[in-house]
Write a protein that binds this ligand. Structure first.
Ligand code: BT5
Length: 328
């Protein structure tokens, strides 16, 4: 990170954390640069869209921030204790953050590396589907993990990321999201986020997993295509207020970090329990598309490994490991 960028991120972090007026002298002392350097960085930040008030003979106050993503200030806000975001790669525009993360993981990227983008030109859903990824409004995030797991247990990480996203949405908006097995998050029945986990594995050991997370934060109605499989929404459409992407990502990475630590120490049980609290399908009739087949019956929860359990008419429980679910 260049020295200029460090100072610029430092100014924002200090102004943001305090919220009040901070003297130029304090900024220069805490960041170890001259007051002229601070003044130059404040001018540069204003050009980037930050509204910083200069209060005569008192100092600076941050009034508003542009909703831009900045890997440096994200790193500073996250601190050094977390695994998630220990390295960060940011693209103004890319094909797919999952594809980028997969590539750097193959080249040895460390666990916790995060790839973020402002826009995806070929955002991926499951089974070759597309994820709409317009510029500047949403979260497109992929995390490299290297869990010590056999490959058949890797899908459990989808549940872990669903819980982290659900908690982040709840903490940010107060809205209670519902999780639809295995990888959708809904608000009022509309899809607000999708997860795509991809794996590289040997026969008995996971090499790495890419947790791909797309969350619609400030997407407007006219930015959704008409032909989506399910009704979709964004946090802006649900609450009427826009959400800071930077704040959301910091919260999300903290939640992910906490869930992943708990998973590594205590296994899938606690994740499964928490996931179940957000799941809206218990006891309800669901239909699952399995390629050209379709099964229908009451949803009976998830098994110890994350498989969907469906009650069949003869009383048996059917285990389903992958498919598209509709809650009827
Ligand atoms: C998913 O697939 O829901 C997984 C989405 C994962 C996206 C993230 S973004 C960061 C990372 N990098 C990537 O390239 N991908 C991941 P699936 O369950 O197959 O749902 C895809 C379907 O959802 C599409 O066929 C559309 O009908 C619908 N859809 C597409 N874009 C949407 C959006 N922005 N919001 C809501 N629904 C959408």
């Amino acid at each position: 990170m260049s020295r200029r960028k460090l100072v610029s991120s430092g100014v924002v972090t200090i102004l943001r954390s305090d919220g009040g007026i901070i003297s130029g002298e304090r900024l220069s002392r805490e960041l170890g640069v001259s007051r002229t350097a601070i003044w130059k960085q404040v001018a540069a930040l204003r050009k980037k869209g930050y509204r910083i008030e200069a209060v005569p003979s008192q100092g600076y106050r941050l009034l508003a921030e542009p909703d831009s993503l900045d890997a440096c200030s994200l790193r500073l806000e996250l601190g050094n204790e977390l695994l998630m975001g220990c390295r960060m790669e940011y693209h103004a525009e890319t094909g797919s953050t999952n594809a980028d993360a997969f590539l750097i993981a193959e080249e040895g990227a460390v666990e916790g590396t995060v790839v973020l983008a402002d826009r995806q030109l070929a955002g991926k859903g499951r089974l070759g589907r597309r994820w709409e990824s317009p510029v500047g409004v949403n979260v497109y995030c992929s995390v490299v993990l290297r869990p010590k797991l056999p490959p058949y247990e890797a899908p459990q990480l989808t549940f872990l990321s669903a819980v982290a996203v659900a908690r982040t949405i709840l903490a940010t908006t107060g809205l209670q999201p519902a999780i639809k097995w295995p990888n959708d998050l809904l608000i009022n029945g509309r899809k607000v986020a999708g997860l795509l986990n991809e794996m590289n594995a040997e026969t008995d050991q996971v090499g790495f997993v890419i947790l791909g997370i797309g969350v619609n934060l400030n997407m407007r109605q006219d930015q959704f295509p008409a032909d989506l499989r399910y009704p979709a929404t964004s946090l802006l459409l649900e609450t009427g207020s826009s959400v800071s992407r930077q704040t959301f990502i910091v919260r999300l990475l903290r939640e992910l970090d906490q869930e992943y630590c708990r998973f590594c120490m205590s296994g899938f049980g606690p994740v499964r329990e928490e996931w179940s609290r957000y799941c809206n399908a218990f006891g309800r009739e669901v239909s699952v598309e399995l390629g050209t087949n379709r099964l229908q019956g009451p949803f009976a929860g998830i098994d110890h490994d994350g498989a969907l359990l469906m009650q069949l008419s003869d009383g048996r429980l059917e285990r389903i490991v992958s498919g598209d679910v509709t809650v009827l």
